[in-house]
Design a protein around this ligand. Sequence first.
Ligand SMILES: Nc1ncnc2c1ncn2[C@@H]1O[C@H](COP(=O)(O)OP(=O)(O)OP(=O)(O)O)[C@@H](O)[C@H]1O
Length: 220
Amino acid sequence: MIKLENISKSFQINQEELTILRNVNLEIHAGEFVGILGRSGSGKSTLLNLIGFLDTKFSGNYEFEGKKVGEYSDKELSKIRNKNVGFIFQNFALIETMNVRQNIEVPLMYSGISKKKAHHLTKDCLRKVGLVDFESQSVRLLSGGQRQRVAIARSIITSPSFIIADEPTGALDSKTSKEIMDLFQSLNKMGVTIILVTHDESLTSYCNRVIHLLDGEVME
Ligand SMILES: Nc1ncnc2c1ncn2[C@@H]1O[C@H](COP(=O)(O)OP(=O)(O)OP(=O)(O)O)[C@@H](O)[C@H]1O
């Protein structure tokens, strides 16, 4: 599904060129639960932005489902991103003025699907993340773990090809982290492809495969 060939990425800082990713070669297949492990500054977020179609300024070849990502226009790419990628962040990134259902339905806003269908999909996602009774609750009143469950439900409502989870347990205590990782594992068993990025080695026990990123280089 995802194929990166000889990907390099540099930033220009004060006349100096800083290489953040070096000749990255990586393939991720549908159904995998891949962990990308690396220290702070190793290039994890840079790699995620690239995989998630947020950054197209790199050298090398990125093929998604057999097509070169570099050949799409920005408009096409944002469509591809909305359809195929679910994002999960450390700080949940929920909209505080909305309730649980409204947050989960955000990715459907411009999809043109009916309200009835959206509600049906939301109910299904709420079931999957264990929040059936929280549909009308304001997200302000939720715990960290519940907030991340809402974010996970939001990430899967469009049935994306893969989800990117960037340090998803970084703001949670260890018991809640385990619950969230168990949830990722059960979603993966239902067929959701997951790319987890973390600096926490203990989380990689949940993954099928671990990729180590060291100073912008992949060590599988
Ligand atoms: N837009 C940018 N301009 C210049 N340098 C950048 C930019 N984005 C990232 N960097 C640099 O690239 C390096 C890798 O950053 P990146 O955020 O990818 O690392 P990371 O592994 O995700 O780190 P962390 O775990 O701390 O989030 C860092 O040295 C960072 O300062």
